[in-house]
Design a protein around this ligand. Sequence first.
Ligand code: HEM
Length: 270
Amino acid sequence: MENIPEVSHAELLRRQLQGPWHNAMLDKWVGRGELDYEKYVRTQQLLALQTPPEQCVTPDELMFQVVHQSQELWLKLLAHESVECVAELDQDQLWEVSARLERMNRVARTLASQLGVLETLTPDAYQIIRRALGNGSGQESPGYNAVGLTAQGLEEALARLLWRRGVELATLYTRPGLADLKRMCEQLLDYDESFQLWLYTHFQLVRRTIGVDSTVKALDGLPTRVLTGRMMKPLFPALWRVRVEMTATWRREGGHAPGAPRGSTGSDVP
Ligand code: HEM
């Protein structure tokens, strides 16, 4: 008959997880913070930043903390990349700007998809964690504030670039020969859209965790419903406005009347 251990298998594993671990391939001890990888990544400090399991209010708390901490790191990276992008814009290095905006777009998408992990937190588990959160607000997130600040810097750098080239934002989409600027604006828009996707995913996360309603209040007393308007707030309003302005000046002249054969001219179009 199998021996019944004095402690559970899970508890044994939990203890082993505290390390260090002997890596047979390297014939070295991992987890003491002495190896080059551990020193460079600063794993000792990084992995000590989460509440130890015995102090967590629920086993789900580690996931809750890891997602929040990772989000702050990705937001920090976005702010850093934005500053580099401002420098490149001011030096007219548009290929470099393009590559960086592609990276920033991917980071913003990563932010949104990571929230999917937090969506596995059920409302009852969140209610337990919520008691340990104080009265904090999402607006207190350093990364969120840094991204907002640097987006303003990006918008101003774009305005300076357009001024140097002697073009208005609206003319980019109508005048030929400005493909480089137009492409860059579309990439800024990609980044903005991905960032709003993050805000929208966050909204759905809040909705399934505590509910969105005028009666549901956040820990800082704000009704969760305020998020409905805020999640649509763009980073670069001028880039979105230009589309509205173009549509306002749009005329059907030169097109096909609805249902008319393709060969007909647009002259009879109402
Ligand atoms: C279950 C998890 C979460 C819940 C229930 C939650 C809940 C809320 C609520 C109710 C608000 C609106 C009130 C306020 O500003 O405090 C809010 C705002 C915010 N949260 Fe969260 N949140 C969660 C996770 C996250 C994560 C992982 C981040 C990542 C940094 C985050 C960032 C923010 C930001 C930046 C705002 C301000 C957004 C704005 O005002 O437009 N939240 N959150």
